[in-house]
Design a protein around this ligand. Sequence first.
Ligand code: FAD
Length: 322
Amino acid sequence: MSKTFVVVAEVRGGSLRQVSLEALQAASIAKNEGDTVAAVLIGSQITTLAADLAGYVDGRVYAVDHPELEIYNAEAYFDAVQSVFEQVTPDVVFLGHTALGRDLAPKVAAHLGAGQISDVTAIEQNGGEAVYTRPIYAGKAFEQKSFTGGPQVVTIRPNNLAPAPSVSSPGEIIEIDYAPSGSLRSIVKDIVRKTSGKVDLTEAKIIVSGGRGVKSAEGFKPLEELADVLHGAVGASRAACDAGYCDYSMQIGQTGKVVTPEIYIACGISGAIQHLAGMSQSRVIIAINKDPEAPIFKVADYGIVGDLFEVVPLLTREFRKV
Ligand code: FAD
């Protein structure tokens, strides 16, 4: 029997999040012939974004557009998703493994009576059955899971799957009426961004990350310059955050953000297990550390033994020439 896959896409800072296109790609890997893929977009003034999204979807795009949905609110977004489910009954729902996805997915799963597989980094087809890979034990091992029945909810870790390619004929956009409940138990009035980062850390292709070895807030400047040249983002170890060199929103690791960039440049970071939990799945790891025995070199693909205050500006200068 054919299945309906529904991808809940995300808007951030007025743009579609890259992970939403990766979730669409996930759905296209997991689906079988005859299955359909639809997308849901929730937000305020999203007409253009819905049209952009339709450029990647073969099936329908359900757009729920209302001022109340401008900022993510668990109750409001859940109501919005429910109004979409009155039009389409999903067998499998995909979301990004983002702050929004991690909050919304279990609500959707409970509502559908679905099983959930979270933080998926790879998907394979095994004779018509989708097999999902996810890291466990802070990235030390991987487990492969599949569902024994439906409905199903899956969250996709950003930056692990290729984004869905554009389709030749854009999907049909269906506008869904959203009736504000008028009784939301909490509302977000404003979001004050603490980082000035231009690139979202969890979606950055390149991350330049600093640790206690950076020594001060001022010491992060050369890292910011390198990140700028590489169009990347700046991250940090918890020790650097604890020392007040940078904001906690930049923390990578077990109790910070989990990132999977194409290139992770660790500067003055020793490589504690809790830090590795957040970045060891990066495709290429480059470590700059003055201690040749630093554990980070065990996970690094390339290691530079040296003073970061010499090496980082040197790299910036060379990359500027490219
Ligand atoms: P250090 O371990 O002090 O390393 C500094 C490194 O800088 C050294 O290797 C040194 O050789 C190098 N260095 C110094 N000067 C220079 C220089 N000029 N040039 C080049 N290299 C230089 N940590 C995280 O990062 N993320 C987490 O999410 C996290 N969660 C935690 C959760 C728990 C429950 C606990 C207990 C700990 C957690 N930690 C986390 C902390 C973690 O254990 C480490 O303390 C922390 O990662 C160390 O950060 P660091 O590598 O920057 O500092």
